[in-house]
Design a protein around this ligand. Sequence first.
Ligand code: MEV
Length: 440
Amino acid sequence: MEISGFSKFSQEQKIEYIAKRLMANSRGNFLSEKEIMTYIQSFFHPNQHIKSTFNNFSENTISSFHLPYGICPNFLLNGHLYTVPMVTEESSVVAAAAKSAKFWFKRGGFHSEVVSTTKIGQVHFLYEGGFDKISALVESNKKVFFEDILTLEKSMRSRGGGVKDFEVKIGVVNNHYELRVFFETVNAMGANFINSILEQLAVSLAHAIPSVSIIMAILSNYTPDCLVRSFVECKVEDLWHEDLKESNMSAKDFANKFKLAVDIAREDSYRAVTHNKGIFNGIDALVVASGNDYRATSAAGHAYAARDGKYRSLSFVEITEIDNSLNFKFSLEMPLSLGTTGGLTALHPLAELSLMILNNPNTKDLMKIVAALGLAQNFQAVHALITTGIQRGHMKMHLSNMLMVLKVTENEKKCIEEYVEQKSLNFAEIKSYVEGLRYV
Ligand code: MEV
């Protein structure tokens, strides 16, 4: 039966509703006391203000879904040392970032630069009079349109942002055109600002040119002109480190194999998606920790990876000769639309702390750190892939999760850790080993 007014229920009433639904559906019983407590305790926060803040982020909230908040120390970027917060559930992501940060710390650290910060919005409309006519009409109304958005823009203008310009573009279906609007949103991600302006421009457009029929007005999450570059570089010989001994590789072997692996990801989309997923392991972890919109950054990053019609790696390697020695340069270029004011950054107490431990960066600085973290993550993933493989490191971290699920004792844990040393076992194998221990 349909329910109305669910959003107005208290947390307890919402949970009670779920318990009853479960009974009506499949399980044939209420949520147990313990299960109800799991919902309630996950949501518990001694500070009522914080609890109600979390509650109000979204609708129909009954609990909080916790994710680990970790730290990547030793992160040297553009000569500044950062301690980077990372929110991720995936074992070994933070460990890999920390290892990469340490590796590059000794080799000059990461270098990032913001290339551009323009964001885009679109008003889609139909018009039957042709491109030249609509372009001329929009041009002649430009002043009025700018006047119409003056109030909405006021605060953003005072911070150095606002609408930079707009132009008509030919659309993709018959009589379809787009008013493409270019924005600078300074330290805000600016989604609300952009959408408010676009909705006003849609009204102004329809008012000034009555034969225009508006379809929709919305920001584009594709932001190829809100771009950041990050790179690490050193002499090829300086890539030498102890880990290479086991794989019997010289620094030059490592550099060449690393380049080969990244080149494969430039050309092979199947590999590129996994390669870029590794980059987003780092990107998302900081985007989430700083209260930014990871769906927007992912969508833009993946679209950028396919900008020439083929999905490719976002990172690339160059090995060049400089002053008679070989130089290794590993770079990443991608769009990142972020904010350090407004939205969740100001509301989520941990997002606020994340920005604080990053020395309260402005948006450009955050873009630089996020991109560098993506590059760090990518470096370590490819490093593992071309040397030991990822399973050894992964399983070590994953093991503690599996042991938690199997509720092992301290003694059992010791035996298992010795047993799995240098092996990569799956959950079934570990479970069977634990059962063996318990049987004896
Ligand atoms: C796992 O989360 C990420 C990797 O698959 C990335 C890659 O293959 O480059 C290790």
